[in-house]
Design a protein around this ligand. Structure first.
Ligand code: SAH
Length: 256
């Protein structure tokens, strides 16, 4: 049986607070009240259970658990799917794309952080390839100083902008473009995270990564299966570690 690690005090205390009639304003993440069917007006308790499960599955970075407990995943999916928003499942977000399972989002962000932080406990600038519905960008905004997120499909780029508006996250920057060429204006990055899997990690990403930075990206292996790859940039080389098998949508070039 996996040990149940302790949870961030802020999550525990928020789940025991009496539920306000209207959603209380939280400083950084303040979405407008909207009560989806099947999700309680105050969905913190449901998220707290999801976070407990993530911890039991091995996610241990308190910053990641805290961020996963804060961001309301149900606001990023269609009404018909809201009931499933806190289950450990990937969900369709339109245009043939999917939002990853919470477990995969948490695991990848934990790998991206790799225990690193600045004085404020945050990672520096992060580039996300594949904004999709904007959920992962929102989670990243709580653990990184700046999040540059790029999406190649205009429909999803616009949807993410809509989804993220009520959260008022000034450190999230959404771009429509081909993430295979990175985003040089925000470089160098402390971390680059991809939500789409390519045949190799594009050279632009390693070039735009700071020394000491990390890339976390699903990549197709010689056997044709995707695996999660972590790359670390040192002053001399790129160190690569291949982790577990994953199933991500393909990384594609160009804008559509
Ligand atoms: N992080 C997203 C997951 C979206 S799925 C979320 O939280 O919802 C992956 C996304 O990557 C898709 O929307 C797909 O259109 C996008 N994508 C694939 N190749 C891309 C590329 N070269 N540049 C930017 N986005 C890309």
């Amino acid at each position: 049986m996996p040990q149940r690690p302790g949870f961030p005090a802020r999550l525990d205390s928020s789940s025991t607070r009496p539920a306000p009639a209207r959603k209380a304003a939280t400083p950084a993440v303040n979405a407008s009240p909207r009560t989806p069917e099947g999700v309680s007006p105050d969905s913190r308790a449901v998220r707290a259970r999801m976070v407990e499960k993530l911890a039991a599955q091995g996610v241990s970075d308190a910053r990641v658990l805290h961020a996963m407990g804060r961001i309301e995943r149900h606001r990023f999916v269609d009404t018909a799917l809201m009931n499933q928003a806190y289950e450990d499942t990937s969900l369709p977000i339109g245009l043939g794309q999917t939002i990853s399972k919470p477990n995969v989002v948490a695991r990848m962000i934990e790998l991206l952080l790799g225990g690193r932080n600045d004085a404020a406990g945050k990672l520096g600038r992060v580039l996300e390839i594949g904004t999709g519905c904007g959920y992962q960008a929102a989670v990243l905004s709580l653990v990184a100083t700046e999040v540059y997120s790029i999406e190649r499909l205009r429909g999803l780029h616009d949807k993410a902008r809509e989804n993220l508006r009520p959260f008022r996250l000034p450190n999230v920057h959404l771009m429509l473009g081909d993430g295979m060429v990175g985003y040089p204006k925000g470089a160098p990055y402390a971390g680059i995270i991809s939500a789409a899997g390519g045949l190799a990690v594009p050279a632009a990403w390693t070039e735009q990564l700071a020394v000491g930075g990390r890339i976390v990206a699903p990549t197709v292996m010689p056997n044709g299966q995707q695996a999660l790859v972590v790359m670390e940039k040192t002053a001399r080389e790129m160190k690569q570690t291949v982790l577990e098998a994953v199933h991500f949508v393909p990384l594609k070039s160009g804008i559509a």
